[in-house]
Design a protein. Structure first.
Length: 278
């Protein structure tokens, strides 16, 4: 069997996945650097020739982002303010070449604890659509990513699309690294919220790079209801779900403090006007 396939239709791609083990690649901006210094015997299934998988479309119940949609596609799409945080993250993923080639689906399947797109998508309550020759299934993103480099994707499946419900609101994203761009984050925060009369009526907050997977903070989300964004209170117990580690980029205590400060800044910024859609 060929070690590299580039099918022209989805049925052929799914049949190949059912017949043998393949690594599904599109932009491969995470995968190729991993194998640059070593020979790989993995079969590769290049899905970049598949039609109709790149689009970002609005449906009656929400949005569908195809698995070939790139970071640049997200930035260029006329998405509502709820996606502003995702656009902020998209502008900070590597350089322009990476943004043009790398896909949101690949970022999710790579399942890095520091994947920039994951906190934003968790805050948007995203789900993933998985497809195989046997059929399709939908999983919440929080259930799909199971640990560092580990997902619920079965050997014969590929991630076909992301689904994000229509829920209005606004979102913001903040990250901290050794420099502003082209860096793995020390901590990152995504916040989505609905504001009514200047107060938070609903909120979702996700933190990345502070544990084995990006994490929602449900106690903090509940405590914010009724508060003004500029006077939001964050207590130590609100950060209990975080599991930061010590590594070469930062000690765990610093990551936790950084996450708290990023949360505060991101919540405060909800009240500012957004120019991200331009």
């Amino acid at each position: 069997m060929d070690s590299y396939l580039r099918p022209a239709d989805l049925a052929t791609a799914l049949h190949a996945l059912g017949a043998a083990r393949f690594r599904v690649v599109a932009g491969a901006t995470d995968y190729y650097p991993q194998i640059a210094s070593a020979r790989t015997d993995e079969r590769m299934l290049d899905i970049t020739a598949l039609p109709d998988l790149r689009g970002i479309e609005r449906h009656p119940t929400g949005w569908r982002i195809g698995c070939l949609a790139t970071w640049s596609d997200v930035v260029a799409s006329p998405l509502p303010p709820a996606f502003d945080g995702l656009k902020q993250a998209a502008r900070q993923v590597g350089g322009r070449q990476i943004q043009n080639a790398g896909t949101l689906a690949g970022n999710i399947c790579n399942a890095s604890p520091a994947a920039d797109g994951v906190p934003c998508l968790l805050a948007l309550d995203a789900s993933v659509e998985l497809a195989s020759a046997r059929g399709r299934r939908i999983l919440k993103l929080a259930d799909f990513i199971q640990g560092p480099r580990r997902t619920a994707l079965r050997p014969d499946e590929m991630l076909l699309a992301l689904h994000i419900p229509e829920h209005g609101g606004v979102s913001r994203f903040e990250k901290l690294g050794a420099r502003a761009y082209l860096v793995i984050s020390i901590a990152m925060v995504a916040v989505w919220a609905k504001l009514e009369a200047g107060r938070i009526a609903e909120a979702r907050i996700a933190v990345g790079a502070c544990g084995p997977v990006a994490t929602r903070l449900p106690e903090l989300e509940a405590s914010l209801i009724g508060q003004e964004p500029t006077h939001a209170t964050i207590e130590p117990h609100h950060l209990t779900p975080l599991r930061p580690i010590d590594d070469v980029r930062a000690p765990a205590t610093y990551r936790r403090h950084a996450a708290e400060e990023l949360i505060r800044r991101t919540i405060t910024s909800l009240t500012t006007s957004s120019e991200l859609a331009a």
